[in-house]
Design a protein around this ligand. Structure first.
Ligand SMILES: [Zn+2]
Length: 532
């Protein structure tokens, strides 16, 4: 930089010009530090977030969409919302297909020795019609050509559908706290990997395989989950260091919910160690028998259906505009859905409780939405967007689209908020820089520029609503808890959750009070041409 003359005044003027040209500078945010202080005090001194998690996970978990658990959890949440004085408390229903819940599961090795087996029937699996003792066999069927090899050989058998998987010694990172290395990584935008080729019609083959097993009289299919043995990736900068062993299972896949619901045979995911033992015995021609009892229930769509749970704190002078806080209430059935996502749901609930208890009078309406169907493909948040905001295919916008000031999401587990993913929205950086400054002592320092996916903020981002996922310490989320049979309240970290809910309350308040809604990215282009 060249200083034009010696006077300090003109140096400052030049410096200001230079800065303005180099970086997008937002007007100074008029933050209400007294209000932020009150929010922090209510959130830290009188937190109820662990109580919300207890009810959502220990009492009403699992909360599979279309099951009694999620209905009871939603009824309980609505009761709390009314107790706190929130308004417009209601459920919004959308089409889901058949619901499902587990009634009973029992599996024991009986030959060569008695041994209880750790496992869990996959969601939407049918039952076995009572207890069965059956011989176990290996069958590797990966395409329709393999059907002929096994035709006539599987009747009355339990099929092991995968080869054994190596179980490695525990090593590498299990708990992910954002250290300097991770923080530096989060502040970059990686170049995306090349898009892979088509994967063929997996759904069609899966349905044919279900029909084959059924027609051949197979009693049940056992698997041991994904092929991940922790060796893949290698780098310690890998977000997905899952440890699918040590009695922790991550059942994959789910049966159909449509007219094919219950059409296959029971599929049970086993602990890899128990699965591998059976494979090793069979490879040496030593007979393996199990006793198995799977009882499941399919729930008619008419009685259950998918739904979202909604409530709000009405705004004042900008009441028609909305700051939306969202988290998915539904879980997989394999545990109690504690970190995926009772934690996010409880944090959002607690944020509203804090704002109400601290006597905040937001300018914009602050609305909470607890989604259903996230685990089956962001179904609840997509239904909300379709109903209220926009058609993602044609990008036809509804009037409410212009009224959403921001959408914030929490769905990466029990960790404290370390920052926010800005979802490639370049204009929010100077605003968020100011919002996080009074939260730096709580560890909130990271503005991640990249777009992240795989949860409900995507439904809003893809129609051009400013939508953000909080960046949290993942802790054991990837390695142990999410989608596993061990996602229980034991793995929820109290101090982190108190911080998470409080930080979210501050973000919601700041978004509800600023003069303008948050800046938007360019509107996405329609996926389909409008009809002529
Ligand atoms: Zn999940």
């Amino acid at each position: 930089m060249r200083i034009a003359n010696g006077k300090l005044k003109s140096f400052l003027a030049v410096a200001a010009l230079f800065t303005a040209a180099a970086f997008p500078i937002a007007d100074s945010e008029k933050l209400d530090f007294a209000a932020i202080g009150k929010i922090r005090d209510e959130g830290f001194a009188r937190s109820q977030v662990m109580d919300h998690i207890f009810w959502l996970a220990d009492v009403y978990g699992p909360r599979l969409t279309g099951s009694p658990g999620i209905q009871q959890a939603s009824d309980w949440a609505m009761g709390r919302f009314r107790q706190w004085g929130l308004t417009n408390v209601h459920q919004e229903r959308w089409k889901f297909g058949k619901g499902w819940s587990l009634v009973r599961f029992n599996a024991n090795l009986v030959e060569p020795q008695e041994q209880p087996i750790i496992g869990y029937p996959q969601s939407w699996s049918p039952g076995t019609n009572g207890s069965n003792v059956a011989e176990v066999v290996r069958a590797q069927i990966t395409n329709e050509g393999d059907f002929a090899k096994y035709r006539g050989t599987l009747s009355g058998k339990v099929v092991l559908s995968q080869p054994a998987r190596v179980v490695r010694m525990l090593e590498g990172p299990i708990i992910l706290r954002m250290d300097d290395k991770w923080t530096a990584e989060a502040m970059t935008t990686p170049v995306p990997a090349p898009v892979g080729g088509g994967r063929g019609n997996n759904a069609e083959f899966a349905q044919k395989l279900r029909e084959f097993y059924r027609s051949e009289g197979v009693v049940a299919v056992f698997d041991r989950g994904s092929n991940n043995d922790m060796a893949a990736g290698g780098s310690d900068l890998t977000w997905e260091q899952q440890h699918p062993d040590g009695g922790t299972i991550f059942p994959n896949g789910a049966g159909p919910r449509d007219e094919h619901a219950g059409s296959g045979v029971p599929v049970v995911t086993l602990a890899v160690e128990h699965y591998n033992r059976m494979v090793r015995l069979l490879e040496r021609n030593i007979p393996v028998k199990v006793s198995l009892d799977v009882d499941t229930k399919f729930i008619d769509e008419a009685t259950m259906n998918g739904f979202n749970t909604i409530a709000e704190i009405p705004g004042s002078d900008l009441a028609s505009e909305v700051v939306l806080l969202g988290a998915h209430l539904d879980s997989h059935p394999y545990a109690t859905g504690a970190t995926d996502n009772a934690t996010g749901s409880a944090a959002m609930m607690e944020a509203l409780r804090i704002l109400k208890a601290a006597g905040m009078k937001p300018r914009r309406t602050i609305r909470i939405a607890l989604w259903g169907g996230e685990e089956q493909g962001l179904l609840g948040s997509r239904a909300y967007v379709r109903e209220h905001l926009a058609d993602v295919d044609t990008m036809t916008l509804k009037p409410e689209h212009a009224k959403i000031a921001a959408y914030f999401n929490s769905d990466n587990g029990t960790g404290r908020v370390r920052g926010i993913w800005m979802q490639s929205n370049l204009a929010v950086r100077p605003i968020f820089e100011q919002w996080i400054a009074p939260l730096a002592d709580l560890g909130v320092t990271i503005l991640g520029p990249r777009s992240v996916s795989a949860t409900d903020h995507v439904s809003f981002d893809e129609v051009g609503v400013p939508a953000f996922q909080f960046l949290v310490d993942r802790l054991e989320y990837n390695s142990r808890t999410h989608h596993s049979n061990m996602d229980t309240v034991d793995r929820v970290q109290r101090d982190d959750m108190i911080q998470q809910a409080t930080v979210i309350a501050v973000f919601a308040y700041d978004a509800a009070m600023r003069d303008e809604k948050l800046p938007r990215k360019a509107l996405p282009t329609p996926r389909t041409r409008p009809s002529q």
